[in-house]
Design a protein around this ligand. Structure first.
Ligand code: GDP
Length: 301
């Protein structure tokens, strides 16, 4: 049962379809072309991407044109459609027997890489894993400091190098330490200066080359961190990062704010990359598994 939300200052997607002030849940309207178009528009506005939005609307319309539908019914149908798209990509980050499992974390500055590494490190540690973090964004002293703060919070050692030093060399040292310590996981933060794509590409390639000297299968995961508030930009970021790194999974941050992350539907549809977790706040416990049904319900509102 999906609760009605007229009292909400920000009506969800479907609340807006019927206008505010109505008794929403049981009001029925005939599904005609006009209503279908409004619905398509709302889905597109929600960042789901044109193709996905049209298909979801078409699935809803199938066999229902000219029939009376309530807000509650529309919400339920849409949420089910969206959840169905999202289910195949809702997968936690796989853990391998390999020690150390190397997790490279990429994404543009500000997306929440540092925070996500801290949260993940804390979760892995709580699960009994021995974790080492490498502060690979050696160009931003503030980023290194911030990661150290998160490492302290999580109770996980953070390997750092002087500002401006070679991230690949740090990654190599971190790999050596992680192996010597018998660590289960090595998480490597990276720079996110997308304005200099060529440099970034070379930097990431070098990190990968160097850690493969120690383990030819590393990195075992390459996580791309995306900020839900950037909307459609997330699609471009996935496009770009897939070209410069072998992205194996996504984490979407800042889903606790006004952003409902509709772009995740477009991402799931277009790339099919697993969504390992979502960021739902700024504290260490604010990282949740991605739940397709909760997500779909929150999105339709
Ligand atoms: P980085 O530059 O990619 O390492 O990004 P940071 O980890 O430093 O995060 C940038 C900002 O986003 C910080 O102020 C974080 O507190 C904030 N942030 C990260 N994840 C979340 C989240 O899931 N929810 C909220 N509300 N804020 C987040």
């Amino acid at each position: 049962e999906i609760p009605a939300d007229t009292a909400d200052a920000r009506p969800g997607l479907i609340g807006r379809l019927f206008g505010r002030g109505t008794k929403p849940a049981e009001v029925r309207r005939i599904l005609d072309d006009t209503m279908l178009e409004s619905l398509e528009e709302l889905l597109i506005q929600a960042d789901m991407g044109v193709d996905t939005a049209l298909r979801v609307a078409a699935n809803l319309a199938e066999g229902r044109m000219g029939k009376k539908l309530s807000v509650r019914e529309i919400k339920e149908i849409l949420a089910a459609e969206i959840a169905r798209i999202m289910e195949p990509v809702a997968k936690p980050m796989p853990l391998y027997a390999k020690r150390p499992q190397v997790v490279l974390v990429v994404g543009v500055n500000g997306s929440g890489k540092t925070t996500t590494i801290g949260k993940l490190a804390s979760q892995f540690r709580a699960a009994g894993k021995k974790v080492v973090i490498a502060a690979g964004d050696t160009f931003r002293a503030a980023a290194v400091e911030q990661l150290q703060v998160w490492g302290d919070r999580a109770g996980v050692p953070v390997m750092t190098a002087p500002e401006g030093s070679d991230p690949a060399s740090l990654a190599f040292d971190a790999m050596t330490k992680a192996q010597a310590d018998g660590a289960d996981l090595l998480m490597i933060d990276t720079a996110g200066r997308l304005q200099n794509r060529q440099d970034l590409m070379e930097e990431l390639a070098k990190i990968v080359r160097v850690i493969r000297k120690k383990d030819p299968e590393a990195p075992h995961n390459t996580l791309l961190v995306l900020d839900a508030t950037t909307g459609q930009n997330a699609l471009t970021q996935v496009d770009i990062f897939r070209k410069i790194a072998d992205v194996s999974g996504l984490v979407m941050t800042k889903l606790d704010g006004t952003a409902k992350g509709g772009v995740l539907v477009a991402l799931a549809d277009r790339f099919g990359l697993p969504i390992h977790a979502i960021g739902v706040g700024e504290t260490i416990d604010d990282l949740s598994p991605f739940d397709p049904e909760d997500f779909a319900r929150a999105l339709v509102g």
